[in-house]
Design a protein. Structure first.
Length: 282
C-alpha cells in the first residue's frame, strides 16, 4: 500500500510563513505515515503574474536559500513534490522539486507555460524512490498528452501535479466542474494514478481559486476530491497491485497506427514550418 497526500491551502505571504506551513505538513505526514506529499505550484517562492517579482523571489538550486528548504526534510520519510520559481543562470523556469530526507532527487520543469517570461522545460524523465516510478506534471502540462505519455512510456505509475489555478472570476475554472476531462484522459490513457495539489483563493471580485485538488485512478475515475474553497490535506491509499508499470496496448497502441501517426505528425509540422503568414491551417 502506498499512501499519497495532496495539499490544498491558502498561499502564505512571506518566506517565514511558507516555512512554517512546510514544517507543519512534514510533521503531519510523518505522523500519518504518508509516502508522498504533493504541494502546489510556486509553493516555495510564490507564483507571480509579474516577471520582476518572479525573478526577485526565485530560487537557484545551487544556492543556500534553496538548500535550507531541502534541509528541512532531514529526518522525515515522506517524499515531497513541491513547486517553485527556479532561476538557472539568466533563465527562469516554473519548476517542481522532488525532495526526500535532506536530498534533492531532481527537478521537473514545466513545458506548457501560462506566463511567457518563463523558459520551457523539455525533459520528462521519471523519478524513482520507495520502489515507485512517478512523474511530475506542472499544472498546464496536464492539458496536453505528450508529457504524461512520455512518463508512461518510461513506466511511471503515478503522476503528481502541483497547480495554481487562480483565474478571473468569469473563467470556466472559477467554479469546479463535476469532473475534469483532461484528468480522466491523462490517467486512463496512460494507466496512471493522478494526484493534483492546488491553492485556494477567496473570490476578491477579480480573481478566485476554488481549489482543484483531486485524485484519479488508472481507469480515469475520481476517487478523492477536496472540499471547495477549503484548506485540507487529501489522503488516499493506493494498493500496490494497482500500480501499473506494465502499460499494455492502452499506452503502447498499435505499431502500425503509431507509424502512421508519426508520418502524419511530421507532415503537419512541415506544413506549419512552410506556411505563409496569412495561411490558415485547419
Amino acid at each position: 500500500m502506498i499512501k499519497v497526500a495532496a495539499c490544498q491551502l491558502l498561499p502564505a505571504s512571506d518566506v517565514k510563513d511558507r516555512k512554517n506551513q512546510f514544517q507543519h505538513f512534514l510533521k503531519l505526514t510523518e505522523r500519518d505515515q504518508i509516502d508522498f506529499l504533493c504541494l502546489p505550484e510556486g509553493f516555495l517562492t510564490g507564483y507571480y503574474g509579474d516577471e520582476q517579482l518572479a525573478r526577485k523571489h526565485a530560487l537557484d538550486v545551487n544556492e543556500e536559500a534553496f538548500a535550507e528548504w531541502v534541509g528541512m526534510t532531514v529526518g522525515y520519510s515522506v517524499t515531497v513534490i513541491v513547486g517553485f520559481n527556479e532561476l538557472a543562470g539568466t533563465e527562469l523556469f516554473d519548476s517542481a522539486a522532488v525532495i526526500e530526507n535532506g536530498s534533492l532527487l531532481g527537478i521537473q520543469r514545466k513545458h506548457y507555460l501560462y506566463h511567457n517570461y518563463f523558459s520551457s522545460g523539455i525533459d520528462f524523465s521519471p523519478f524513482q524512490t520507495k520502489g515507485i516510478t512517478f512523474g511530475v506534471l506542472i499544472c498546464l502540462d496536464t492539458n496536453y498528452f505528450e508529457p504524461a505519455r512520455l512518463f508512461a512510456l518510461k513506466r511511471a505509475s503515478i503522476l503528481f501535479s502541483p497547480m495554481c489555478n487562480k483565474v478571473p472570476v468569469d473563467h470556466p475554472y472559477a467554479k469546479r466542474p463535476p469532473y475534469y476531462s483532461h484528468f480522466v484522459a491523462r490517467s486512463f490513457e496512460n494507466r496512471c494514478w493522478l494526484a493534483t495539489s492546488d491553492w485556494v483563493w477567496p473570490n476578491d471580485g477579480n480573481i478566485v481559486c476554488p481549489g482543484h485538488t483531486v485524485i484519479y485512478n488508472p481507469d480515469g475515475q475520481e476517487v478523492a476530491r477536496s472540499e471547495e474553497g477549503e484548506e485540507q490535506i487529501l489522503v488516499y491509499e493506493i494498493p500496490s497491485d494497482q500500480l501499473f508499470s506494465e502499460k499494455g496496448r492502452r499506452v503502447v497502441g498499435s505499431a502500425i497506427l503509431v507509424d502512421q501517426l508519426i508520418k502524419v505528425s511530421t507532415m503537419g509540422l512541415n506544413n506549419l514550418i512552410s506556411a505563409k503568414p496569412n495561411d490558415v491551417l485547419v
